[in-house]
Design a protein around this ligand. Structure first.
Ligand code: F6R
Length: 614
């Protein structure tokens, strides 16, 4: 939510900052702006709309040369997405510029104090007060670092602030509380970014920052302190992906590229998970087996797509370990006084590792003395840092706003967690665990088989451009997949889409069905249980009411064909693992339908990757 860049070095800051913003634009695209330190003053430009608007303006009348700059791409919180509310914001005397991600909760009080003292504000944002306060501090003789420390102590809420002082081009100063910020370490240059994509083109060495810290970058070095000025250290790490991972690689959208990367992402998630003796190992987990043995309840907390991965986790963990699992929306969790004890394991699933709702939920759990395990894709992000252990999903950077490879690798991670718990608790035999691991190892190939049918799915999608409503039905582990299919369609195609547990349909929602309504039906594999046959009855019921059924069924399942207006074949896999293959056609459908409707798939309206405000 909002992308932030800062740079000090020998290069032209404008191009470094704008390039960084392009790579962060998925975090917000309501407006964009850049500020540079130039000859004792601040030079800036900012525009409503996508970064392209700012780039066009800069191409027409570029900013002066400078080696010190900051930039911002916005997801609006306070104030409409117009030029005035775009960042950067400047101090009263235009000496100082600030960009901000987050919400300053006490801004109204600070703003009225400043207004009483004669300050005039040009925007409706909470950010502008930070610019005024910082400028007052530097005008009082403090350097920008001390000014930032002093101001941050007065602010409440969540914020990453990055500031430059036109009269001191040697430094850019930033601060973070409950909002993401990383440092990029270069040779004779240093960078700040909301995430490493901002500077991946220049360096793969990064520095993780702690909570309530101020960081000062110059061309030569980096200095970190607490808000009280106490020196602090960051944790350096090497980014294990490079620029090519952050490019579209010939695809029209990052999302499409990421859908097609899923076989590799799943393979990477599975890599190195068995030791020489064939036992499952989760190296990064940091939780002792003895602690895990004591776990008697698991609560999974997550938001959006990650929540749906959590719902699949419930089926797998309960089946393989017999530990009871609750799955809860992170935004609801701490407000209902959940029952947590030291033998409750809280599992937080988050692709970005920065989702504010999930972060606040794990903080609440830790205060109640529960152990917290993160399942996360982003190295060095806040949620794994504040958890007792982590399973990284190793999907590589996910840039498309709609999560795809993030989701399937979360599924892999929850299967691994479930199997690991089963190993520790002895609820499965070693050979049973190995059988599932072998089945997981086959998944990249199975996902590829589904991807090979993309053209068929694209044809369906293009024939549905006038559709206003789509339903998705699933049972068991297919139910969360139905919810995920509907979410993808809502966020990308902006049409009514709903997922239902197939058995629940007749308790009300079946009234929605009218002639020709497309309904995706995720058919469970045929097995000893009755899931498959119950689903078949459900398909007949909706078809009898005029629905157009698009069935996802096992490759040799001939029972479905008579009731399917369209049939997408899935490889034969166990029911618990079926989400890994069943979700793929739904992702392809949403991506292609949105493309055919003329929408921007990577930057859907009103959304942003990484929701860092509650
Ligand atoms: C949907 C989507 C969102 C995220 C949700 C949680 O495609 O991307 O629903 O899944 O905002 O984000 P993370 O996983 O980063 O916590």
């Amino acid at each position: 939510m909002c992308g932030i860049v800062g740079y000090v070095g020998a290069k032209q800051a404008q191009s470094v900052v704008v390039e960084g913003l392009r790579r962060l634009e998925y975090r917000g695209y309501d407006s964009a702006g850049v500020a540079l330190a130039h000859e004792g003053a601040v030079a800036w430009d900012k525009r409503a709309g996508k970064l392209a608007n700012l780039e066009a303006a800069l191409a027409e009348s570029g900013l002066p040369e400078s080696c010190t700059g900051i930039g911002h791409t916005r997801w609006a919180t306070h104030g409409a997405p117009n030029d005035a509310n775009a960042h950067p914001h400047l101090g009263e005397h235009r000496r100082l510029a600030v960009v901000h991600n987050g919400i300053i909760e006490n801004f109204a009080q600070l703003r009225s104090e400043l207004e009483d003292a004669g300050h005039v504000f040009l925007s409706e944002t909470d950010t502008e007060i930070a610019a005024h306060l910082l400028e007052l501090e530097v005008e009082a003789g403090h350097d920008l670092t001390v000014a930032m420390q002093n101001v941050c102590r007065r602010l409440e809420g969540a914020f990453t602030l990055v500031a430059l002082d036109g009269q001191d081009p040697s430094r850019v100063v930033a601060a973070r509380r409950n909002s993401p910020l990383v440092v990029g370490l270069g040779e004779g240059e240093n960078f700040l970014g909301s995430d490493v994509a901002a500077f991946i083109e220049h360096t793969r060495e990064a520095l993780e920052l702690g909570q309530d810290q101020v960081v000062t970058i110059t061309a030569e070095g980096v200095e970190i302190t607490g808000f009280d000025g106490t020196p602090a250290e960051g944790k350096q790490y090497h980014v294990d992906w490079d620029l090519t991972a952050a490019e579209k690689d010939g695809h029209d959208w990052f999302m499409r590229k990421e859908i097609f990367e899923q076989p590799r992402a799943v393979a990477d998630s599975l890599l190195g998970r068995r030791d020489d003796a064939g036992l499952l190992k989760l190296d990064e987990m940091r939780l002792d087996d003895s602690e895990l043995r004591d776990i008697d309840k698991i609560i999974i907390i997550a938001a959006g797509t990650s929540f749906y991965a959590g719902m699949v986790a419930k089926y797998a963990i309960e089946h393989w370990t017999r530990i009871s699992v609750e799955v809860e929306l992170a935004s609801e969790f701490r407000y209902r006084d959940p029952i947590l004890t030291h033998s409750t394991l809280v599992v937080a699933i988050s692709q970005s590792g920065e989702t504010a709702d999930t972060l606040q939920a794990i903080r609440h759990a830790r205060v109640q003395r529960s152990k917290v395990l993160a399942i996360c894709n982003t190295n060095g992000s806040t949620i794994p840092r504040e958890s007792d252990g982590v399973i990284y999903t190793h999907a590589g950077p996910e840039i498309g706003v709609a999560s795809t490879k993030g989701y399937v690798t979360q599924l892999v991670a929850v299967y691994l967690l479930a199997l690991y718990l089963a190993q520790v608790k002895g609820t499965l035999f070693g050979d049973e665990i190995n059988t599932v691991m072998d089945q997981l190892d086959e998944m990249p190939e199975h996902i590829q088989t589904v991807l090979d049918q993309a053209d068929q799915v694209y044809d369906f999608a293009r024939s549905h451009v006038d559709t206003r409503s789509v339903l998705f039905l699933g049972r068991h582990a297919g139910y969360p997949v139905a919810l995920e299919g509907a979410l993808k369609l809502k966020e990308l195609a902006y049409i009514h889409a709903e997922g239902f547990a197939a058995g629940e349909l007749k308790h009300g929602p079946i009234a929605l069905i009218d002639q020709g309504m497309p309904i995706f039906c995720i058919v469970p594999p045929r097995g000893r249980d009755q899931l498959h046959d119950k689903m078949l009855s459900g398909i007949q019921e909706v078809r009898a009411r005029g629905a157009h059924t698009i069935c996802l069924a096992e490759e040799d399942d001939e029972t479905i064909a008579p009731y399917a207006d369209a049939l997408i074949r899935l490889p034969k896999v166990p029911v618990l693992l079926q989400p890994l293959v069943a979700v793929v056609p739904l992702q392809l459908f949403a991506c292609e339908l949105a493309t055919a409707m003329g929408h921007d798939v990577d930057q859907p309206r009103n959304l942003a990757k990484s929701v860092t405000v509650e």
